[in-house]
Design a protein around this ligand. Structure first.
Ligand SMILES: Nc1ncnc2c1ncn2[C@@H]1O[C@H](COP(=O)(O)OP(=O)(O)OP(=O)(O)O)[C@@H](O)[C@H]1O
Ligand code: SF4
Ligand SMILES: [Mg+2]
Length: 337
């Protein structure tokens, strides 16, 4: 590993993050069991870059994002934001540090307070933090409305008077209000029409360039993230199964699950479209309360072997910037599928 100078130190450094929920099963006498929604994941994001976390429903993406932001409690692990252990902050320090890490939610219909005017929704984080002189906050709100492509007169309107895309713009303006370094976007476009999705993704990219933002971008859709990110972590049942820079992941996906996910993304490249066969993943993911001892993907993996059922594969470095958790992938970097 190369020596990390201060300059390329990551803005966000997440280590061994684990989140478990106590779940009651089997009637009133059933014992509580733990569901490990996020199971020992580690990743880093450099300042100004975007890491996408992808995976199908239930893989633990939202829980991981919420735990990074301390909106759910981590059971184990570290979250370092710009050198500060975010999970160890006391209430007041957390309130201040929150300004540096903001969240954009999936559903612009339910994430905005319906009783507040747009202006107040965007201004609220500033008021909560008592950021700057009160008289100057209106100026900040004006600039934010402009930055996200809304008109000044729309400040007086309530959320229900906006379209879905406009509502997400309000959510973005609100997230930007405290001048954060890191923005966590949890499926920010999946509730929107396809045409509107592209507008919001373009806006996010523009804001990233203008304000030097760092993004943690959650999506179940590899098609959405292929234009959005520098690197990608693929999650399956609480684990990261593959983690690589965008080019490596799209050009040489190694984990059978990643390969199957990617085969479902329509390629703009005609040659690649003809080369890739759609790989269907049979069966369902295992019960998260009764995870298998070996590879969590083994019951669906077309190339699973005896060893896969007995032993859980560790996430290991296969090539520069490319990590994979599969017994059948080695330094030759050839996918078994
Ligand atoms: N508060 C909770 N209590 C119990 N289990 C939970 C809780 N929140 C999430 N889970 C479980 O944790 C697992 C991961 O859920 P999570 O919402 O993080 O997945 P996701 O990848 O974001 O899925 P989706 O694509 O559907 O949003 C699931 O099995 C889910 O049922
Ligand atoms: S470890 Fe085995 S079961 Fe798991 S993805 Fe690799 S080949 Fe498939
Ligand atoms: Mg989710």
């Amino acid at each position: 590993m190369k020596d990390q100078t201060h300059h390329d130190k990551p803005l966000l450094d997440v280590e061994n993050l684990t989140v478990r929920f106590a779940v009651k099963r089997g009637g009133i006498f059933g014992k509580a069991k733990y569901l490990y929604a996020v199971d020992d994941i580690s990743f880093q994001i450099k300042r100004g870059e975007t890491l996408a976390i992808v995976g199908e429903s239930g893989s633990g993406k939202t829980t991981a994002a919420l735990a990074v932001a301390r909106l759910v409690n981590a059971y184990k692990g570290r979250v370092d934001l710009d050198g500060t252990n975010f999970l160890a902050l006391d209430d007041e320090a957390l309130r201040q540090a929150r300004a540096k890490m903001q969240f954009i939610f999936q559903d612009p219909y339910s994430s905005l307070n319906p009783r507040l005017r747009a202006e107040k929704i965007v201004r609220e984080p500033l008021d909560n933090l008592e950021a700057g002189p009160e008289a100057e906050r209106q100026g900040v709100v004006d600039r934010l409305f402009k930055a996200v492509g809304l008109h000044p007169e729309q400040q007086r309107l309530f959320p229900h008077q906006f379209s879905g895309g406009q509502r997400q713009r309000i959510g973005i303006a609100r997230a930007l209000a405290t001048q954060p370094d890191l923005i966590i976007c949890d499926e920010p476009v999946s509730a929107l029409d396809v045409a509107v999705q592209a507008q919001i993704l373009n806006l996010l990219r523009k804001l990233q360039a203008d304000f030097g933002l760092t993004f943690l971008f959650i999506s179940h859709d590899l098609g959405v993230v292929q234009h959005m990110c520098d690197s990608i972590a693929v999650m399956y049942m609480g684990k990261i199964v593959e983690h690589a820079d965008r080019i490596s992941l799209f050009n040489n996906p190694l984990h059978p699950y990643t390969k199957a996910l990617l085969s479902a993304v329509p390629s703009v490249d005609k040659k690649r479209r003809e080369q890739t066969k759609r790989i269907l993943i049979p069966g369902d993911p295992p019960d998260p309360l009764a995870l298998p001892e070996g590879c969590r993907f083994a019951n669906r993996c077309p190339v699973a072997q005896d060893r896969c059922k007995a032993e859980q594969p560790a996430l290991k470095q296969i090539a520069e910037g490319h990590k994979v958790a599969c017994h059948l992938v080695d330094e030759r970097a050839i996918s078994p599928l």
